[in-house]
Design a protein around this ligand. Structure first.
Ligand code: NAD
Length: 498
């Protein structure tokens, strides 16, 4: 059986432990490989390789760094299909969706190709007589990324292109459920001319993560995953003096107003709820139907949910694949049971869904649960599966209040033809990313991505301008080049401009 190894200092290594985790193909339920679970020593050697490489990489000119980034962009583009196949086989999502994920990651690489412009400082001439002030930003050192299973290529690519472009060196600890895409990306970095040690991948679980969080040689940690772990990463990382951005879970709501185009809203709601089997941090998992929108939208979404083509991600006719593990499948099915037991109405039932030829795959059919109340488990839990709950309210203000009472604040959307309602919504919701007739409002790479409340611990969002800011720190220089004929004008009082 294939063993997925670490990538340290430009080569694969088996590390110092024989602890491993199985990697399954979710469409068949069969184990297809195993991945090493790194020891403290393995992670320390990745950090040491990154520390060694920092001295040279941080001094490499902007134009040489940019050339490597452009070459990496070309290579990822050329190998996009191959990376997508690795994702589909380990994650389960359909191939077209996996390709979309690679594309969205590539957009961050393209953003980072503009790093000479992004790192420009400010200059102020003659702030005092014969004195100029200017600023510039420097890389932090070794930085780390700890990433979730649901986007094994895109989420790491939210982080490392920007970090590396800024002159940092990087240690990635990807999800142990789908570790292969990051290994392929490491090989492509090497082919692109990135010096060994600048990008390292170490696989593992809590042991590896804790080593990163406790290492005095790691300056900053970017994390994306569930809220419980995000909070832990933020607390332990910051207690150890690191910069931390820790993106957590989500419960994304979409409001449907009576003036919305029902067919349009239903098409987009179904795609946002069931795409990638609902395993997106920006998936819509709660529709908030306002007033008379309720019955019409439930009927239209039911129709679409029943029509979704569920199957193996490798089958080009599939629109939705399996969920990632047997445990995830059982958890999701259990939550649907609780919805029914607690009084909601399951209008489309994905329990017991069987894909012929894939009887052992981890499939859950698209599910719609109507008349969900906010105290039910299906509303309170992040289901992370193909389940859309419908909550009904009487007014848009009640819908906004409901969203604001939720502990998460990642993404949200509204379907309406009223500019006034959309504006009230965008100003009133306590959520980081907002869609107006756009249900999955993932910002482009040149904006930053991040939620509010329990969806983000730390104050910087990822990629875009906030990513550059997160991975660098500023210096401000005040300079004078005195002329021999000038009086020195030194004084014992606090310096003020002249
Ligand atoms: P997870 O929190 O289980 O795992 C994320 C990472 O943390 C993995 O690398 C994992 O190995 C590590 N980890 C797991 N348990 C740990 C522990 N006890 N101590 C230290 N490290 C640990 O998340 P997941 O199941 O892989 O991903 C799904 C979650 O990620 C969902 O909650 C989803 O909303 C969230 N997510 C959020 C965003 C966002 O942008 N906010 C994006 C993608 C995914």
């Amino acid at each position: 059986m294939r063993t997925v190894q670490h990538w340290i200092a430009g080569k694969t290594t088996s590390g110092s432990t024989d602890r491993t985790a199985p990697v399954f193909n979710p469409a068949t339920g069969a184990q297809q490989s195993e991945v090493l679970l790194g020891s403290t020593a393995d992670v320390e050697s990745a950090i040491a390789a990154a520390k060694d490489a920092f001295a040279e990489w941080s001094q490499t000119s902007l134009s040489r760094r940019t050339k490597v980034l452009f070459a990496f962009r070309e290579l990822v583009n050329a190998h996009a299909e191959e990376i997508a196949e690795l994702i589909t086989d380990e994650h389960g999502k359909v191939l077209s969706d996996a390709l979309g994920e690679v594309q969205r990651g590539l957009e961050v690489v393209e953003f980072a190709c503009g790093i000479p412009h992004l790192l420009k400082g400010d200059f102020s001439d003659q702030v005092s007589t014969d004195v100029d002030t200017y600023s510039f930003r420097e890389p932090l050192g070794v930085v780390a990324g700890i990433t979730p299973f649901n986007f094994p290529a895109m989420v790491p690519m939210w982080m490392f292109p920007v970090a590396i472009a800024c002159g940092n060196t990087f240690v990635l600890k990807p999800s142990e459920r789908d570790p292969s895409a990051s290994m392929r990306l490491a090989e492509l970095w090497q082919q692109a001319g990135l010096p060994d040690g600048v990008f390292n991948v170490v696989h593992g679980d809590k042991v590896a993560v804790d080593t990163i969080l406790d290492s005095p040689d790691v300056a900053a940690v970017s994390f994306v995953g569930s809220t419980r772990i995000a909070k832990y990463i933020h607390e332990r990382g910051t207690a150890n003096g690191k910069r931390v951005q820790a993106l957590g879970g989500a419960k994304n709501h979409a409001i449907v107003l009576p003036d919305a185009d029902v067919e349009f809203a239903a098409d987009h709601l179904a795609a946002a709820a069931f795409g990638s089997a609902g395993e997106r941090c920006m998936a819509i998992s709660a529709a908030v139907a306002v007033g008379s929108a309720g019955d019409a939208i439930v009927e239209a979404v039911n129709e679409r949910a029943r029509a979704v083509k569920v199957g193996s991600g490798r089958d080009s006719s599939s629109e939705m694949g399996p969920v990632v593990t047997k445990e995830a499948q059982e958890r999701i099915l259990g939550l649907i049971d609780t919805g029914e037991a607690q009084g909601a109405t399951v209008t489309v039932d994905g329990r017991g869904y069987v894909v012929p030829g894939h009887e052992d795959g981890y499939f859950v059919g698209p599910t719609v649960i109507d008349r969900v109340a906010t105290d039910m488990d299906v509303y309170r839990e992040e289901i992370f599966g193909p389940v859309l709950s419908v909550v009904r309210t009487d007014s848009v203000d009640e819908a906004i209040a409901l969203i604001n009472a939720n502990p998460y604040g990642n993404g949200t959307a509204i379907f309406t033809s009223s500019g006034e309602a959309a504006r009230r919504f965008q100003r009133g919701v306590h959520v980081g990313m907002i869609g107006i007739n756009v249900p999955v409002p993932v910002p482009m790479a040149f904006y930053s991505f991040g939620g509010w409340k329990d969806s983000l611990f730390g104050d910087k969002h990822v990629h875009g301008p906030e990513g550059v800011s997160f991975y660098t720190r500023a210096k401000v220089v005040t300079a004078r080049w005195p002329h021999s004929s000038h009086a020195s004008e030194a004084s014992f009082h606090f310096p003020t401009a002249k």
